[in-house]
Design a binder for this molecule. Sequence first.
Ligand code: NAD
Length: 483
Amino acid sequence: MTLPFTTDLLLIDGEWRHADGGATLPVEDPSTGLEIGRIARGTAADVDVAVRAARKAFDGVYGNLTALQRGRLLAELGRAVSAQVDMLAALEVRDVGKPVSQARADVVALARYLEFYAGAADKLHGTTIPYLADYTIYTLREPHGVTGHIIPWNYPMQIIGRSVGAALAAGNAVVIKPAEEASLTTLAFARLAMEVGFPAGAINVVPGLGEEAGAALAAHPGVNHVSFTGSVEVGIAVQAAAARHVAPVTLELGGKSPQLVFDDADLEVALPVLVRAGLQNAGQTCSASSRLLVQRSVYDQVVEALVSRYRALRVGPAAQDLDLGPLISAAQLQRVRGLLAAGLGAGAELLAAGEVVDTAPERGHYVAPALLGSVRPDQPLAQEEIFGPVQVVMAFDSEEEAIALANGTRFGLVAGAWTRDAGRQHRLVRRLRAGQVFLNDYGAAGGVELPFGGVGWSGHGREKGFEALYGFTTVKTVAARHR
Ligand code: NAD
């Protein structure tokens, strides 16, 4: 496949241009380990020009559109994305190593986010507040101005949809810094946005390295809000940089999300979800369910069923659309292998593994999915986000113990519980420390309408649904005295 457009350019103020100094970075296909193209290596100077262009758009054409007009542009963009599902999915297959059906699902989700936020744009409004007799009080929901979006490599299209889509609907002008490992679909998205008529400067894209373009965006005093999804370490750095100019941030930093399986669960229904929720996108998912907590009375039965499912899993090139594709990079492969080896060395038991197919190119970043037992709750395998196809399964005796285990990490993104006992369901919902709780399900098919985000080290702020629109706006209170 030759790439369908020139990929080594930045989009600033409606123009495609080379990075300041002209440097580029390689684009690697994780399925083969081979270079398939180049992207621009944006600099702090590029970020500065992009932020200024966004400000001009916010103060000018884009900022003066009505909510209805913004919604219509987003709707048009959603249709353009839908019409390009083949092209966008093919790019993601090559750039991220995502199996074809998972890449196509991401395009559908991006289009759906744009549709949702298109419809929401003119339904976002303030309130009136009863107060003293001679006052009329109302609030205005106003965009922040220029918003910065630092995007990870694992779900570029979905995260563009949920953060950029919401920010634009709310009336902000945006500067996007895609991940250096996966910028192609963001560039394609921006091309479509230009084609459907987004004004110059409303959407700017500066690919590049995190420590260069990303750090410059987080630190730029002209950025009024930063939305970051990625690692805890970088999230802390981004928040610290934004704090220097008192800009709010939304942080989505991943998790160590549990699923709790009680002995009254419908195991037939639960089993495929237990595995899929941990291994989607080869486990490189912030909401991956990497811990399976199972009541001891059904533990052996559940483990036996999990083992047979794991043994049937096949890993291979993304284009073959198997259960799992490669990991994103050699570095990520090394990291996952290191955590696995350390865990096994510390006494974890490999209960079952999937299989990397023979046809997988040697230089691709493949790892067989692993199901691990005999892991202590305080061990790194039970505490650290592995971001690879690894699940640990642990037994519990009581509801109390299950909750303590579930809440026993610094993270708190998602939790799932499988039980048919209604009283227990309500107790769990109250006590599980997570931004989303699923009962007898996990993930709810994505649900762009459903607010998403974490507590604790999983971050703060909410994306998706209407909550994202509140996050990308600020409230102005108006008090009019009657005299
Ligand atoms: P990362 O946090 O380094 O990168 C995420 C984004 O931040 C990228 O766009 C990157 O260029 C940018 N970035 C990096 N350094 C920056 C800096 N100093 N200032 C501003 N922006 C910067 O994540 P990674 O290296 O891609 O992955 C490492 C680990 O992070 C993974 O193993 C995983 O645990 C976690 N992760 C989580 C998510 C998630 O969805 N929660 C996504 C990606 C990675």
